[in-house]
Write a protein that binds this ligand. Structure first.
Ligand code: MTE
Length: 320
């Protein structure tokens, strides 16, 4: 492993920030992301900063009722103050630091194996897409889970917009890289920028979305504004935040965590309760906000929509 200081989520989940941080208000205050601080400094909360976003008028988008939850939606304050975003720190309380990220102007480059490479302004892209809201489960590899009303557009629509060549097999996504904004990117032992990939078939799957908002508002910075991947049958680390580039290629990329610890964080990273992480069980998950542990489901409960994509893949580590 290349890391000099061990990232929190390379530790067993039990050793990571306890949920009491989010349930106990006093504890919450001590750990910076305080409800009272949120209320007192509205400009710093991802919730309030949404108002300054030029895309704010697009929210709330109409909910697509085809996607239902088997659990309550996680309280907004919990899902927006307990985050993984290593660019801003290797702990969960990055929401405040993430406010430094400037999300306008923001451009997205579409390149590689496409009919025409181009760079588009994010608001131009948003206007070209059909936004909708979906209730999705989210399962982190650390064995915590949330349920979020994401807003975004189907990645299938984005593929139509990007027009990849027929030989393209993967879409690689990249996060911004700016250490003047993101202190974590000064830690040179991480292979910045954060990078992730899907196969074209995965990207075209009905579940794959580019998330642009949450809880009926533009995406909070700490959750990956202005664009993040939402692929709910995969562990959370696949769901790259604050994307600036989509590259189409015929070569499978090596993603950020795969470069760091490939035997623990692979390319596929599909949720499976029966395949333990080398250092902890994946059989159950802790629901943030209700302090309850529930069984984890194969493909995070989305087998019906995605299992067919993997049925003929022999010799692949599909669940790691
Ligand atoms: N994207 C970037 N660029 N940097 C990150 O550190 N962390 C990932 C993923 N996307 C991460 C990222 C992990 S491990 C998880 S679980 C989810 O973001 C967390 O998303 P959330 O904070 O919105 O719940």
């Amino acid at each position: 492993m290349l890391t000099r200081s061990k990232p929190a989520w390379l530790l067993p989940e039990t050793a990571a920030t306890p949920e009491s941080v989010f349930l106990n208000r006093r504890e919450l205050c001590r750990s910076v992301a305080a409800g009272s601080i949120l209320a007192a400094v509205p400009a710093l909360s991802g919730i309030a900063s949404a108002a300054a976003d030029p895309s704010a008028g697009l929210y709330p988008a109409k909910r697509n009722d085809a996607y239902k939850l088997d659990r309550a939606v996680t309280p907004e304050k919990v899902a927006t103050t307990y985050n993984n975003f290593y660019e801003f720190g290797s702990h969960k309380n990055i929401w405040k630091a993430a406010q430094k990220l400037k999300v306008r102007p923001w451009t997205v480059t579409i390149d590689g194996m496409v009919e025409k490479e181009r760079t588009v302004d994010v608001d131009t892209l948003l206007r070209a897409m059909r936004l909708e809201e979906r209730l999705y489960r989210h399962r982190c590899v650390e064995a915590w889970a949330i349920a979020v009303p994401w807003t975004g557009f189907p990645m299938k629509d984005f593929l139509d917009y990007a027009r990849p060549l027929s030989g393209a097999r993967y879409v690689v996504m990249e996060t911004f890289n700016d250490k003047s904004v993101a202190p974590g990117q000064r830690q040179i032992w991480y292979p910045w920028p954060y990078l992730e990939g899907l196969t074209i078939a995965e990207a075209a799957n009905e579940l794959s979305m580019i998330g642009t908002g949450a809880y009926g508002k533009p995406m909070p910075k700490q959750n990956g504004a202005p664009l993040r991947l939402v692929a709910p049958w995969k562990y959370g680390f696949k769901q790259i935040k604050s994307i600036v580039r989509f590259t189409f290629t015929d070569k499978r990329p090596t993603s950020f965590w795969e470069k760091i610890q490939g035997n623990e964080y692979g390319f596929w990273a599909n949720v499976n309760p029966e395949v333990p992480h080398p250092r902890w069980s994946q059989a159950t998950e802790r629901l943030l906000g209700v302090d309850k542990r529930v069984p984890t489901l194969l493909y995070n409960g989305y087998a019906e929509q995605v299992a067919h994509m993997y049925k003929d893949m022999k010799g692949e580590r599909l669940f790691m």
